[in-house]
Design a protein around this ligand. Sequence first.
Ligand SMILES: [Zn+2]
Length: 451
Amino acid sequence: MSDSNIEKSFDLNSAVQHLADSIKIKTISYPDHEKMDFKLFDEFLLFLENTYPNIKKACKKELVNGYCPIYIWESQGNSNKPVLLLGHYDVVPIEKDSEADWEEAPFSGTIKDDHIWGRGSLDDKNQVIAVMEAVEHLISNGFKPERDIYMVFGFDEEIGGMRGAEEAARIFRERNIEFECVIDEGGCIITDMLEGLTVPAAIIGIAEKGSTNIKITVEDKGGHSSMPPGSTAIGTIARIISNVENNPMPARLTMPVKEMLKTMAPYMKEKKFVLKNIDRLFPIISSMLAKSPLTNALIRTTIAFTMNGGGDAPNVLPQKAWTVANLRVLQGDSVDSTLEHIKKVNPGINFQIEKMLAEEPSEISSIDSEPYKILGSIINGIYPEAVIVPYLMIGGTDSRKYLGSCKNIYRFSAVILTKKDNASIHSSNERISIINFSNMICFYIRFLSLN
Ligand SMILES: [Zn+2]
């Protein structure tokens, strides 16, 4: 059977039902592990076992920390490097009091108006189920891969992936496995998300910024508030915050952003010339890019103050005040260089900085590699009108954990997302169109057929 025939014969109705059923299992992850209902995670894993009998028969399965499955579909004695497909089946909770905003209950898995509704339908059970459907279908058609295919599905991606992806990645490094490429969630095909873009763009994440939390603490003598000094510990924290906000980290054009802007240039209504000559013009237009939070995040390390505290009573000077910031570190900077910057813009002020969770920016995957080209041609096979654009992810995925085992890490799901779809992720009325879901399965069938 030719590749395209294999692809046509998969059973979309049953795949749609499987995604709907998977959404009904409330695999919610919470930062506090104690709050997680692991019986439901067991139920989800059992659901995979029962739904995909061919995978159960043909693939090896290991469980990392009890809940992160690694499936290995082995090739027959082939020495090609394996491929790794990622996804995660944990989902974020439904925000308090937001349930009423949902047109269909968030865990109903309702199929209505050519969509599958519910939490996880776009992030990221769609990916897990699409991968499983594709592999199950290929096995049942007697397809034999020419390299080993690995699949890893995280159960704690939404809370950092420390027990799932991080541990699976450690195991792969220990076994000296080097992957030809890794495909994870991240980019998609955008239509109306970038003003002025005249064609759909398939944006493939080739790098991600590092996310780090830090705590800044100021200590003081305290005392009665009737005789205050010029500034209290809280006042000092306020000055530190203000100094940092008024003196952002320097702007820089990194390879993923430069390539993104240049690739998009011919398709931009007005900014064609500027984007095409971005290397030369960057010093002039960087302040313009800094005006939008999105483009600003693409060109510099950002520092967002997210929590603060200090003081116990209205009439007592605080002996301690603190603030927490989330840093998103750009390639070329590091957590330490960002801390140096914070110190530099606060001369003469006494404070301590503590790293709470430190993750450096990822390496950048090549856009000249064979897997990147294959990815582009498969995407264009399904969406001929889409232009393939590399980009820098400002959010994080599980894929960064696998940097030690692979140079070609690409973050992309074969779905068209509008602004509205994108806004539903981690929010209300998350849903995926059946055509999008069908295209995801086609994408994986084509990708695996070429391997
Ligand atoms: Zn996700």
